[in-house]
Each structure stands twice: as structure tokens, then as C-alpha cells.
Ligand binder design. Structure first.
Ligand code: ZN
Ligand code: ZN
Length: 224
């Protein structure tokens, strides 16, 4: 399964009119867009039968909040391709945030050029993950910033790689490998792709990448 940018569907609550069917205001579900995001794994809400209307009162369905569907989460197929267009900054950022929210378990991140935006985005990785982050150069992040960050997220470790031969950005986690076409620091400023490949598809590559990461990690200097 692939995710090419965002798929939309007609807003079930207003039927695409963008108006609140019960009030003279913008539709509260699609916020006046007339359409809402469609997720690959979503299923019709059994409480409202996908209409988005509450059964007992004139308001958005209390079970699905008017979206007409449940399990509205980004899909988790064996291959996921995300397109970061570089022009819709808000949507692009949401896409990247969603990708990071899905990360699980032991996490290795290699992303040479580090910045404030990197730190902001890393907050989206669930707290229970143990994250090791390898970077080459940092810009706009002080030692204090990192110290404070580590106080809040003790399961994060940052190291400065000794080798300068790193270019590609990737995340290895319990699920598989995520290849970032652009570093997190500047992601969304240019058109790029993010590709996720499940571990079972590429076990040897993940092993090679992990060994290479461990080697670099071993000779890297601890930032904190
Ligand atoms: Zn609507
Ligand atoms: Zn519903």
C-alpha cells in the first residue's frame, strides 16, 4: 500500500456543502472545506452508519466526531511512500509528524544536519521509544537546549559522528526502515519523499544499516 500525499473524501456531516446543517455557520467537521482526509484503514462508524450525524441530536456523531469513520490513522502497509510537496507547509508538517508518531521501539536515527526544527519534530516520537540520534553538524541548537531536552526525554541520546561520510537520512525502528529524502531540520522546504519499508521486506539491509550505525555510534562523541 502506498500513501501518495493526502486523499480526500466529501465531508459526510455537511455532505460537501461546507455549511453546518444545523446552524448558519461553517461545518465544524471539515471547518468549511467540504472535504476531509480519507485514511486507508478507516471503516464506517457503526453509530452513525458513516453519515457523521448523531442519532439522538442535531450535532456531529458523538462516536466519530462527525467524520463518519473510525480508525482514521495513517496506514501501516509493508511499503509506504509519503510525498512532501514543499508548498503546503502545514500539511507537509503534519505528514512528517504523523510519520514520527508511528515510530516504535528501539530507534536509530542518522540525520547529519541538525537544527531546532529537528528537536521540535523529535517530540513527536512516542516517549517510550529509546532513541539514538547520530548527527554531523548542529546549527542553532545550544548545549543548553539539548540538556533541557534530555531532561524531559531521558530516553534520547545524541552523538556527533566522527566520520563525515554520512549523507542519507534514515530511521531504523522495530517496524523497519524509513528513508528520509530530506533532513528533518529543513524537511518541507523542498519537494521530497519519505519511504517506509517493513523489516520483513529487507532484513539483510536493515542488519547492514544497523551494524554500520553501531560502528559509527561507537566512535562518535556524546553530545550529552
Ligand atoms: Zn463538512
Ligand atoms: Zn459516527
Amino acid at each position: 500500500m502506498s500513501n501518495f500525499a493526502i486523499n480526500y473524501k466529501k465531508c459526510p456531516y455537511c455532505g460537501g456543502t461546507a455549511e453546518d446543517p444545523c446552524n448558519y455557520t461553517l461545518c465544524p467537521v471539515c471547518e468549511g472545506d467540504g472535504r476531509i482526509e480519507k485514511y486507508p484503514n478507516e471503516r464506517d462508524c457503526p453509530f452513525c452508519n458513516g453519515t457523521g450525524q448523531d442519532r439522538w441530536e442535531f450535532s456531529p456523531c458523538r462516536k466519530c466526531d462527525g467524520f463518519g469513520a473510525l480508525d482514521r490513522e495513517p496506514g501501516r502497509g509493508p511499503v509506504n511512500l509519503f510525498y512532501i510537496g514543499g508548498e503546503k507547509h502545514y500539511s507537509d508538517r503534519r505528514t512528517v509528524e504523523n510519520i514520527l508518531e508511528e515510530v516504535t521501539g528501539n530507534v536509530l536515527i542518522c540525520d547529519p544536519y541538525f537544527g531546532k526544527n529537528t528537536l521540535d519534530l523529535l517530540c513527536k516520537i512516542p516517549n517510550k521509544c529509546a532513541v539514538r540520534f547520530l548527527l554531523v553538524r548542529s546549527q542553532g541548537v545550544s548545549e543548553d537546549d539539548l540538556r533541557r531536552y534530555k531532561q524531559e526525554r531521558p530516553s534520547f541520546q545524541f552523538k556527533l559522528a566522527r566520520q563525515k561520510d554520512m549523507h542519507d537520512r534514515y530511521i531504523v525502528d522495530d517496524r523497519g526502515l524509513t528513508i528520509l529524502g530530506h533532513g528533518l531540520r529543513d524537511i518541507g522546504e523542498k519537494e521530497s519523499f519519505v519511504v517506509f519499508l517493513e523489516r520483513s521486506l529487507i532484513p539483510t539491509i536493515i542488519e547492514d544499516v544497523s551494524i554500520s550505525f553501531e560502528n559509527r555510534w561507537g566512535s562518535a562523541t556524546s553530545v550529552f
